[in-house]
Design a protein. Sequence first.
Lengths: 246, 333
Amino acid sequence: MSVLLEAKGLKKRFGGNEAVSDVSFTVHEGECVVLAGDNGAGKSTVIKMISGVHTPTEGQVFFNGELLTGKTPEGVRSAGIETIYQDLSLADNLDPGLNLYLGREKMRRVLGIPVLDRAAMRRDAAEVMKSLGIEVPDPAAPVRDLSGGQRQAIAIARAIHWQAKLVIMDEPTAALGVPEQREVMALIGRLKAKGVGIILISHNLPDIFAAADRIIVLARGVVGGERRPSETNDEEIVRLMMGASV
Amino acid sequence: MTNQRKGASLAKSLLNIWSWLFLFLILAFFEIYAQIETGNTFVFRVYNLQSIAVAASQILLLALGLTLVIVAGHIDLSIGFTTGLAAVVMALVIRWIGPDSGWLAVILAMGVGIFAAVIVGLVNGWLVAHLNVPSFIGTLGTYGIARGAALIVAGGATVSIRSDAARAFGNGDILGFPVPVVVAVLLSLLFHYLLTHTKFGVHVYALGASRASVERAGVDVQKLLIALFVLSAVTAGVGGLIYTGRFSAGAANAGEPILLYAVAAVFIGGASLTGGQGTVMGTVIGATIIAVIQFGLVFSGLPPYWQFVAVGLVIIVAVLVDQSKDKLTGGRT
Ligand SMILES: Nc1ncnc2c1ncn2[C@@H]1O[C@H](COP(=O)(O)OP(=O)(O)OP(=O)(O)O)[C@@H](O)[C@H]1O
Ligand SMILES: [Mg+2]
């Protein structure tokens, strides 16, 4: 499998505080890389340097061999990297269709006047959600009526529909109940099966072991270790998170 | 689970028709009152209906743009004096051109009046979009500035004019419907189209729900906010033009008494202070309810000051209904 994303020597300083000192890693097609680490280790800062929210103080990110660093969040997104933040950035008062198409709405004409094609957008949303194994009970209902897992699915559906090649998720299960956490883990599995690369940030050891092809542990702004789930265990990961070099 | 959800959405749709029901109830109330007191009908007299429609139009012109602003999660308090500013500017231009100003002069004067309103809207939008001033504070500031500007250019007095064309614009009718009503209806249709059938409308709702959702979608939020405040200023400005036409005079405080009614109409129509909710249709009903109360109280011979009390009560009831709506739908707004 070919390399999708390569982060090289990323460093980020906020004033006098070095949030990230030296982080390098790669992600391949259809691979799920988990960024693990304690609070404040620099995980969110790393992904923000990828998604274009932060400019690295040093280092670069390459995507499909092309330099990504320097692009705006919009530019990174149109290059094929979708970032799903914890708040999901959904408009709760709109239906799944409009959320899927927000900013690129489908139109049709009635007597020559352009109007929103709500029905078509709903149909498309239901279809993408179905491909993720989720049946939307009422496609016309606002997304606030959906469960946490289903809402996560809409954010993921958006990535699939707009053909993202890499999806970044920052603690997608943090605010969810146990059944919904399972739902999201299943979604990640289906996303991988579609050949999409994934960077997943997680604190939760069972989730890490369930989803990861590779685990990259950050500790105080540096890569403390890199393991395959089959060659490590809970204890070692925790030890790496605490910053012990093994 | 699904039954519960169905129950909640049924309750919600019932509450959405509450404003229709309320309108019907107060019409019925005044009808019964009129029948008992005077033996005449209240509702089925063209004069009464026309007066109510004209009063509702005045409120609507301030409330239409405001509806969009409130759905987007903001507020525009400056509209009261944007109306006054547009009214005074139009009157001054007509006066400057001369007493025999024909249609062309009146149209030019209207253009300048709207231009003055647009400036207020641009300032509001710039404050909120670029300087991140909360809209409540920013538009309170421009409320004062527009008020002062209108009083200054008017020399502190009412600017009376003599223009048949302006009078015809304010008091004439089109196919039997008063011009202010026709203007309000056309603008309502346009704003309904904007809010429910265009990308712009979707972005306004999304902005009211979560700014992050619109930003993430690549929408230029600053442009969107400026457009909203300009639209709000323009409809308020049109209200000022109609005022000058109706009364053959421009007054700085032309819109001031209507500001509260306009805000009330939007909330009675189902909008929420937190944004993300509200419809043009709801605002039309809200404005009509207030107009019926206004005219009905005058019609019943009560001192006109009662209208303030009655509208105040209706606002409180509207808010209570809005809250219980949230409770019934599981507290999620
Ligand atoms: N915008 C910022 N300005 C200043 N300091 C920041 C900023 N963002 C993050 N930091 C600091 O950088 C360090 C790393 O933060 P980061 O959010 O990347 O950690 P994290 O690994 O995502 O932690 P958590 O698990 O709590 O989300 C912290 O010390 C944090 O206070
Ligand atoms: Mg974080």
